[in-house]
Write a protein that binds this ligand. Structure first.
Ligand code: GLA
Length: 509
């Protein structure tokens, strides 16, 4: 009998360790890097009696599990996150324990498909619960910031995000600057070369922001870009982290503005993102957070164009200019698909025209022209509409390697002149008949630009009536894509417009 005790003990021990090995309880880690920065996602789970508690930590978010269940090696749970749109977002995850690894499936978000992370076990101990969230910071509405006097016409340039995401680096930016000059983009008016998210390193002992290894020397890079007669832009967040999980400017606003000025930066895109984790959701607080950087940029002593990126929340048009914003995003992110551009451009801009004018512009997001997800006809619609909207023109493609048709669309001077018109009025929709729309924009010389758009699936005849635009009698008309004078035309102009296409004209005074 006594002889069996150690064996029973061993059996219990083996069963227990098997149970531990099969239990999802513990701390799981996945390391990822697109840029040699050590970044990780940590999943902490505690399975007990069929229920699950825990959290997910990534640089840019914290998801707390609010409900979860365990069924053998499978778990499903719902977690809450302070989303960057100032709301609490609920997200449904599933995970399965397979071969000692935890495969976590994160839900799809917007255009982004669901992602699977393979995590390695770092510990089998039940994780301690996260401390309660600290109270959010509330700020009163500040006084208006003195105007920086920049961006009298909508800024033009290039931005890395749409095409390069985390793969932007010093070499790419130099080559883009070269291409900007060589391709004729610079001559057409494109000036800013803007580095979006993922350039950031950590902070040094004094709290100064550094670059990561993709950008070994930002001052040398800006010298290079400036030597081409171009300007350099950068990106940060009012929150502790950027959208891609890099260091943000929270509580380092003045210091960062000074650093950028010393580097020779000429443009800042300031992206809300993780700010929702530290600030409350009041309009006054958001205004104050953006004003803080507006002031900091002014104090830096360098003229820096200030681009607000907070997806159009909390009536940004009403206060964007007061915090010294030269442009502000009006929606969530654009993607290189007709549906996305069509919705953002046509449906989400009307009503905002009252906020646009020299020095401060509505930003329907960067251009997708040339990225391959739309036809040239659709890209011409994209370009025409953005120009009628007096939108910033930031190309988002790889301009080192462009199809001739893409270059032609991006550098159409007749169309760009509409965007850059000194009057600075945002165009509006003046007529709509189902999928057929006419948009018009008044110009400084007393004339008008008009777009005859066909958003439908079949080619169609579209008519622009002078009375809808506010014009009477006969006027000289120029076709801005054919670069042709059409002669003097009375009352209206009709054209056959391909599906998803445009005919854009200029109506002389
Ligand atoms: C947000 C912005 C994008 C881009 C990314 C970078 O999604 O809206 O334009 O800057 O962040 O992480």
């Amino acid at each position: 009998m006594r002889k069996h005790v150690p064996q029973a003990f061993l059996l219990v021990f083996l069963l227990c360790s098997a149970a531990v090995a099969q239990s999802v309880t513990g701390r799981w880690v996945a390391k990822f890097s697109s840029d040699d920065e050590a970044r990780e996602i940590v999943v902490a789970l505690n399975a007990s009696g069929g229920t699950l508690t825990g959290y997910i930590l990534a640089p840019q978010f914290e998801d707390r599990i609010v409900a979860g269940k365990v069924d053998g090696a499978n778990v499903a749970f719902t977690a809450e996150r302070d989303a960057n749109n100032n709301q609490v977002q609920r997200r449904d995850y599933t995970a399965v324990l397979e071969g000692g690894k935890l495969k976590l499936t994160a839900p799809a978000q917007g255009n982004r498909p669901g992602q699977v992370y393979e995590l390695t076990r770092a510990s089998s101990d039940p994780p301690a619960p996260l401390p309660p969230k600290p109270p959010k910071i509330s700020l009163p509405e500040p006084a208006a910031v003195r105007s920086n006097g920049l961006a009298k016409t909508p800024p033009m340039g290039w931005n890395s995000w749409n095409k390069f995401r985390g793969k932007v680096n010093d070499q790419v930016v130099r080559e883009i600057a070269d291409a900007m000059v060589k391709s004729g983009m610079k001559a057409a008016g494109y000036l800013y070369v803007n580095i979006d998210d993922t350039w950031e390193g950590t902070r040094d002992a004094r709290g100064n922001i550094t670059t990561n290894s993709k950008f070994p020397n930002m001052k040398a890079l800006s010298d290079y870009v400036h030597s081409k007669g171009l300007k350099l832009g950068i990106y940060s967040s009012p929150g502790p982290k950027t959208c891609a999980g890099y260091e943000g400017s929270f509580q380092h606003e003045d210091q960062d503005a000074k650093t950028w000025a010393a580097w020779g930066i000429d443009y800042l895109k300031y992206d809300w993102c993780s700010a929702a984790r530290v600030y409350d959701t009041q309009q006054s607080t958001m205004i104050a957070a953006y004003a803080k950087m507006g002031e900091a940029l002014l104090k830096s002593g360098r003229p820096i164009v200030y681009s607000l990126c907070q997806y159009g929340m909390l009536d940004v048009g009403e206060w964007g200019a007061k915090v010294d914003g030269n442009l502000w995003r009006t929606t969530g992110d654009i993607s290189d698909r007709w549906q996305s551009m069509n919705n953002i451009g046509f449906d989400r801009q009307p009503g905002r025209e009252k906020y646009a004018g020299p020095g401060h512009w509505n930003d329907p997001d960067m251009l997708e022209i040339g990225n391959g997800g739309m036809t040239d006809t659709e890209y011409r619609t994209h370009m025409s509409l953005w120009c009628l909207l007096a939108a910033p023109l930031l190309s988002g493609n790889d301009i080192r390697d462009m199809q001739p048709s893409v270059l032609e669309i991006l550098t159409n001077r007749d169309v760009i002149a509409v965007d850059q018109d000194k009057l600075g009025k945002q165009g509006v929709r003046v007529a709509k008949d189902g999928d057929l729309e006419v948009w018009a924009k008044p110009l400084a010389d007393g004339g008008y630009a008009a777009g005859l758009f066909n958003r439908g699936a079949a080619d169609a005849k579209v008519t622009a009536k002078w009375s809808d635009i506010g014009v009477t009698g006969s006027h000289k008309v120029r076709d801005l894509w054919k670069h042709e004078e059409l002669g003097s035309i009375a009352d209206e102009y009709s054209a056959n417009v391909p599906s998803h296409g445009v005919v854009m004209i200029r109506i002389a005074k």
